[in-house]
Design a protein around this ligand. Structure first.
Ligand SMILES: C[S@@+](CC[C@H](N)C(=O)[O-])C[C@H]1O[C@@H](n2cnc3c(N)ncnc32)[C@H](O)[C@@H]1O
Length: 447
């Protein structure tokens, strides 16, 4: 029986590990997770609190790696998800697609390993695979794959060393030969996990940073363990009928993507980006480039344009989201304070000059999102937004949940409460700041 956390259970989890996935929660979630994600028990907590049942429909408009959707599926609840970043969108889709046959995966795995192993031999990168597959000679690749010049331009050089990259690209090429799309995608997701957590030189704290370069690292044993875990999860998946429909797109226009669900979404559980000067595309850059989901500066820019404006790396001349929040004194005041501090501190870089604009565009983007979301919601819908306060711009305090509450009220939502989820150490100030959950309900237009 799947364990449903009570509120007391959740509060017993210490603040320092409250955002971590509990050991009993790894199945499907661990296929690919990222530092921006929240833990499955947070989703369960709100399901419990809201009384979500299998007749309900749940939406996550910033679904990231699909934590909400996977958790809904485990509990046999239909869900929708939307995500702008292609690699995490891909992960959400694969993690919620449980139709893949475990035996097909095992069969294809042997083929992939034997052709990868032969190719590695051919290019003088041999690895011993005899511990986990029967030695069998596969057909090697004709030529060694490499990144294009355009791909190299968007991949920070120190994120992966040349030899591990060669191994990874060979494995990827052999995966691409798998004819069954579901099985192929499962392997590609394992590869995304592998490059970040094993082959690359990256770590997260919470910003992505490069670690001591690994000159070389064998990859096939790690890949085997990842795929084996996926197969075990598929073999022991709960017998559920619920589906998850995940869409690639921009949450500022969310109603455009779900025309068949107007008035049908009962609950939203989500965590949008925060205005915090973190380049969200850098967090997932390594696997995005390796999987070919970002292939040039232009495709990186196209991705950034779809994201909420939360940092100075994704602000563009034509942006006008700020127009939606011109009348909000709280936002104007914070933006003014940031700009005045910049001038006082004599900070003149192009990025720093954008800080005050980020705040306005960010909240303007969230205004658009809340407005676009409303038609999708059922009359009694309740929604939970996990958002952190911020101090990234010259230590100016941004009470994110409070401002979002103000915006939402102006559009026709009722604020139920702002609940503290945990406190976090702000990187810039070393001060503990709040991460809250803003809980709203849809308010009838005339009330
Ligand atoms: C805090 S993360 C959500 C993580 C998710 N809860 C999980 O557990 O993986 C916020 C997500 O919003 C996405 N995002 C940013 N702007 C977006 C937009 N305009 N539309 C849709 N998704 C967006 C980011 O790519 C990121 O994956």
């Amino acid at each position: 029986m799947y364990l449903v956390f009570t509120m007391r259970n959740i509060l017993e989890i210490e603040n320092s590990v409250r955002n971590q996935t509990q050991s009993g929660d790894k199945s499907f979630h661990s296929w690919y997770q990222f530092v921006l994600g929240y833990p499955p028990h947070l989703v369960r907590y709100y399901m419990f609190k809201f009384g979500i049942r299998s007749t309900h429909l749940v939406l996550d408009p910033f679904c990231g790696t699909g934590t909400t959707n996977v958790e809904c599926k485990k509990l046999n609840i239909d869900s929708l998800g939307l995500e702008a970043n292609p690699v995490v969108y891909f992960a959400s889709c694969i993690k919620t697609d449980w139709r893949t046959s475990p035996s097909e995966v095992r069969l294809a795995f042997r083929e992939v390993i034997s052709s990868t192993s032969s190719s590695l031999d051919k290019f003088n990168l041999s690895e011993d695979v005899s511990l986990f597959v029967q030695p069998k000679k596969g057909k090697p690749l004709l030529s060694e794959p490499s990144l294009t010049d355009d791909q190299q331009l968007v991949l920070p050089k120190d994120f992966i060393s040349p030899t591990p990259l060669r191994r990874v690209l060979i494995l990827k090429e052999c995966i691409e030969r798998v004819s069954d799309e579901q099985v192929r995608n499962l392997f590609l997701l394992a590869l995304a996990n592998l490059v970040v957590n094993h082959a690359g030189n990256v770590a997260f704290g919470p910003e992505v940073y490069s670690t001591k370069p690994k000159k070389d690292v064998y990859i096939l044993d790690y890949f085997y363990r990842l795929v084996d875990k996926m197969v075990c999860d598929l073999e022991s998946r709960p017998q559920v009928t619920a589906g998850a429909e995940i869409v690639h797109g921009d949450a500022r226009r969310i109603s455009d993507y779900f025309p068949n669900h107007f008035g049908k979404v009962d609950f939203v559980i989500t965590s949008p980006p925060y205005p915090n000067e973190k380049d969200y595309t850098r967090t997932t850059r390594l696997e995005s480039v390796v999987l070919g989901l970002i292939s040039s500066k232009q495709s990186l820019r196209t991705l950034k344009e779809q994201l909420l404006r939360s940092n100075s790396r994704n602000i563009f001349v034509a942006d006008n989201d700020q127009d939606y929040v011109k009348s909000f004194d709280s936002i104007t005041k914070i933006a003014k304070e940031i700009e005045e501090k910049r001038i006082h501190l004599k900070k003149t870089s192009g990025f720093e000059k954008l800080y005050h604009k980020i705040v306005k565009h960010y909240f303007g983007g969230m205004y658009r999102h809340f407005e676009s979301l409303r038609p999708l919601l059922s009359p009694d819908a309740r929604i939970a937004y996990v958002v952190g306060d911020q101090m990234s711009f010259f230590r100016t305090h941004i009470p994110t949940a409070k401002i979002l509450a103000e915006i939402a009220e102006s559009i026709g939502y009722k604020v139920d409460e702002i609940e503290l989820w945990r406190t976090r150490l702000a990187t810039a100030t070393k001060i503990q700041i709040d991460e809250n959950v803003l809980i709203l309900r849809k308010q009838p237009k005339d009330s």
